[in-house]
Design a protein around this ligand. Structure first.
Ligand SMILES: [Zn+2]
Ligand SMILES: [Zn+2]
Length: 142
């Protein structure tokens, strides 16, 4: 039971669940996937609470970022401090904003170098579109 008379730390502990190494927030989630809790009437992100409860205040301008790329995770082992810039770069490198993470088309064909036809910034699956595979480079033909 979550009671408002419990300490924030106790309420926090009651609302987490271990899942494959990630301690996932079970309480309210924001639209961007981050957990949110209330502490003394203030709304605070659950992973920030987790960080602060162990490491103290977060310096101005720094964010608590996830190594595991799981926004609802509040496992202190998976959190680190970084800047907004690092956060964006991290996302790019893991492909959260792009399609680089997706390795198969919706029908399950692998987006290999040969099977992928790039068109207007999109990846088209050649197998689905029944497109011929690209010609091998001329100099490799006998
Ligand atoms: Zn995690
Ligand atoms: Zn396909």
């Amino acid at each position: 039971m979550i009671s408002r008379w419990m300490s924030p730390q106790d309420r926090f502990n009651q609302q987490t669940k271990m899942n494959k190494g990630c301690l996932e927030w079970q309480g309210h989630l924001l639209h961007n996937g981050y957990g949110q809790m209330r502490v003394n009437g203030k709304r605070i992100k659950a992973h920030r609470f987790a960080w602060e409860s162990v490491n103290g205040d977060i310096p101005d301008g720094l964010l608590v970022l996830h190594k595991c790329d799981n926004p609802r995770c509040v496992n202190i082992e998976h959190l680190y401090l970084g800047t907004q810039k690092e956060n964006a770069r991290d996302r790019d490198s893991r492909g959260r904003n792009g399609f680089s993470k997706k390795t198969r088309c919706k029908r399950g064909h692998e987006f290999t170098e040969e099977n992928t036809y790039k068109w207007k910034g999109k990846r088209i699956c050649r197998a689905c579109k029944k497109l011929p595979l690209p010609e091998p480079p001329k100099d490799k033909q006998i």
